[in-house]
Write a protein that binds this ligand. Structure first.
Ligand SMILES: [Zn+2]
Length: 96
């Protein structure tokens, strides 16, 4: 199954230059608009941002490496997690 944005598709079809009024184009758009549809949310993409967390403050200055979600800032993440448990973003390894 592939999800599409029907409104964007119809805008695209209607923007294609064709000579005069074409009832077939309108019929196709009408069929697409009437097609059965499902609710879906766009996938959020994020990545784990490495940062340094202060574990024990001065004068001991003990730090640890930690990871936070680039989308919502959730900072209890682990690199192995494929999704952020707070905002649901899918974590991408190649985010440059
Ligand atoms: Zn998040």
């Amino acid at each position: 199954m592939r999800l599409i944005d029907v409104d964007a598709l119809c805008d695209e079809i209607e923007s294609v230059e064709y000579s005069g009024h074409d009832p077939e184009v309108e019929r196709i758009c009408s069929l697409i608009q009437k097609a059965k549809w499902i609710d879906a949310e766009p996938v959020k993409h994020g990545y784990w941002e490495e940062f340094t967390r202060i574990v024990i403050p001065q004068p001991y200055n003990h730090y640890e490496q930690a990871w936070k979600c680039s989308k919502c800032g959730y900072d209890e993440g682990f690199l192995e997690w494929k999704y952020c448990p707070q905002c649901g973003a899918r974590m991408e390894k190649d985010h440059e």
